[in-house]
Ligand binder design. Sequence first.
Ligand code: MD6
Ligand code: FE
Length: 215
Amino acid sequence: MATELAPGLIHHPGYLDAAARARLADEVAAILAEAPSVTPRMPRTGKPFSVRMSNAGPLGWVSDVAGYRYQPNHPGTARPWPALPPTARAAWDALASYPAPPEACLINLYAPGTRMGLHQDRDEADLAAPVLSLSLGAAALFRYGGLRRSDPTRSIRLQAGDALVIGGPSRLVFHGIDRLYPVGDLLGAGDEPGFLPPGGRCNLTLRRVTAPVPP
Ligand code: MD6
Ligand code: FE
């Protein structure tokens, strides 16, 4: 059962069942073996993010002192990013309502105690496509607001298997992760993919980066 939190911001709790979560976790483990996670850094200051990242698909999002950008190769190995995980790709086809495939799957890895500050996802040339997020592992408190940083915010819990579509008039809303729920908090308990530390969380975001060429 989906909930429209705001126009174009749609939460699908438990979208991936246990079998699909296990399949996606195996796909992500294989991606991380080929494209190890890195610690991104803030443009200019070089301050490290607390979240580690990797990518799959033709393009990957990277951030370092030089700035934010999409690039076709892993910044450490210089190899192309691995292929998109099929289970995430299938979720895009089912939920994105967009006629072209995603080009980037950003993989965010949260250790217990880490967070992600309020931000907009606006590094994509094609803002007509939504961003689709899928979560694995520990539950997290997701905060979202409006198109201005100062707009009032609300929070929801994102749990393992949840899908969240940020599109339409909500494509550029500010959002972030305030905190993870500890394991042992029954409401926060998820299943634990082997590539995460105990109580860790993984979030995948699928994005269209370039506008598709019209037919
Ligand atoms: C996270 N998610 O859930 C962070 N961005 O770990 C995001 O930053 C995000 O969930 C764009 C669209 C959906 C998201
Ligand atoms: Fe985001």
